[in-house]
Design a protein around this ligand. Structure first.
Ligand code: FES
Length: 123
């Protein structure tokens, strides 16, 4: 996908002071990769949160017509945020914590055959 969704951050910003929830607790920053590029996130936050804060909007494409998806429900129900994490496809970025040095890739369709087999072996 080669960086799809980058370059237009649409004012992306991590909310660090919320009027109801208060200040964002301090947590160490971690670096991971997305489609081969380094991304910084806060340890333990969802992968989708790190990617959104970095201005990345497209996480996957749909199997039939290739439509771009970037997350919808953000609570683990809709599958619009599926990414490939360390070679395993169909990982929901909105409910999977980010960690140092993980490799995250945008997912095309259902992921390739090798990725699906790896995911089935780990399940
Ligand atoms: S955005 Fe719906 S499952 Fe992640």
């Amino acid at each position: 996908m080669g960086g799809a969704g980058r370059g237009q951050d649409f004012g992306a910003k991590r909310i660090d002071a919320h009027p109801i929830l208060g200040d964002l607790p301090a947590s160490p920053h971690v670096t991971f990769s997305f489609d081969g590029s380094p991304i910084q996130g806060c340890e333990g936050e969802p992968i989708a949160a790190s990617l959104l804060a970095a201005g990345i909007r497209i996480l996957r494409t749909m199997p039939r017509f290739g439509g771009a998806r970037g997350g919808f429900c953000m609570i683990g129900r809709c599958t619009d945020c599926m990414v490939v994490v360390d070679g395993v496809p169909n990982v929901r970025a909105c409910v999977t914590p980010v960690a140092a040095d993980i490799s995250v890739r945008s997912q095309r369709g259902l992921g390739d055959e090798d990725e699906r087999q790896l995911g089935e072996r780990r399940a």
